[in-house]
Design a protein around this ligand. Structure first.
Ligand code: PXL
Length: 271
């Protein structure tokens, strides 16, 4: 069994980040090292100001203990981190590790806006963290921030993807995760043949945490050896299942992350 370090916030309410990644990766047969970077009473979109515990004092002790205990991980997934200092702590620890795969979802914003609490310094810290990544998974907002380009809902994909690739180490891939083409939503990335796109029909609504769940699925599939193309095909299909289930559910509270039942059943068919 492969072991994956997942570092992101633990938000008690909202069904996002670690709360979504742990079941997804457990269903994919990983031993998950679930490292909360901060504790929040809810995520930051829609519940007012959450009660937050920043775990910057705890993280170095965790890393020290793991080093003494000679624990190591084969894969890593980083999502929402929270502060510049936490980004730097993670960077310094991960720079010492020999992971087979590091996926970074540079969670910072959506719909053209930085999430509450983030600023330009955070974007700079994230640019440093992604230098360690094999795959990064920004949405269009995050891709624009990292590339230093103005936000538009329909970015010029060759330009923005080329700018992102320049921020990464050789052989790493930038995948933008919420690209709209015609009536589809999906992922775009660059190969020697130009921009590639894989999508699924766009469903109504906008659900918190969809990106966190997608990132966990992508990290899990890549870690199990699926090619980038096959990974993105399956990940988009499964997220479509999750969003469709969420819609059918007619939930009273739209701030909750996507439904995971159908997605987890689809993962288990992989065997
Ligand atoms: O889903 C992205 C995300 C993750 N973690 C926290 C958030 C958000 C988006 O608002 O607030 C704490």
């Amino acid at each position: 069994m492969s072991s994956m370090l997942v570092a992101e916030d633990l938000s008690a309410v909202g069904g996002i980040s670690l709360s979504a990644a742990v079941p997804v990766l457990t269903a994919m047969d990983y031993q998950v090292a679930a490292l909360p970077t901060s504790l929040l009473s809810t995520h930051t979109s829609g519940y007012g100001r959450p009660a937050v515990v920043n775990l910057a004092d705890w993280l170095p002790k965790v890393f020290e203990h793991w080093t003494t205990a000679q624990l190591d991980f084969q894969q890593g997934l980083i999502g929402y981190v929270g502060t510049v200092e936490l980004c730097q702590l993670l960077h310094d620890y991960l720079a010492q590790q020999k992971l087979d795969l590091l996926v970074v979802d540079p969670v910072m914003g959506d719909l053209g806006q930085l999430y509450s609490g983030f600023d330009d310094q955070y974007v700079t810290a994230m640019r440093q963290l992604i230098q360690l990544a094999d795959v990064i998974l920004p949405n269009v907002t995050e891709a624009s921030l990292l590339a230093g380009l103005p936000y538009t809902t329909q970015p010029d994909l060759p330009t923005i993807l080329t700018a992102l690739q320049k921020l990464l180490k050789p052989g790493a891939h930038a995948v933008i995760t919420d690209v709209t083409q015609n009536d589809q939503i999906g992922c775009a990335w660059l190969t020697a043949d130009g921009v590639q796109f894989i999508g699924e029909p766009r469903l109504a609504g906008h659900y918190n945490g969809t990106g966190d769940t997608l990132a966990a699925v992508i990290a899990g599939l890549l870690g199990r050896g699926f090619s980038l193309t096959r990974t993105l095909e399956l990940a988009n299909q499964w997220l479509h299942i999750a969003v469709a289930e969420t819609l059918a559910d007619e939930r009273a509270d739209e701030r909750q992350g996507v439904a995971l039942g159908g997605l987890l059943r689809a993962i288990l068919t992989l065997g």
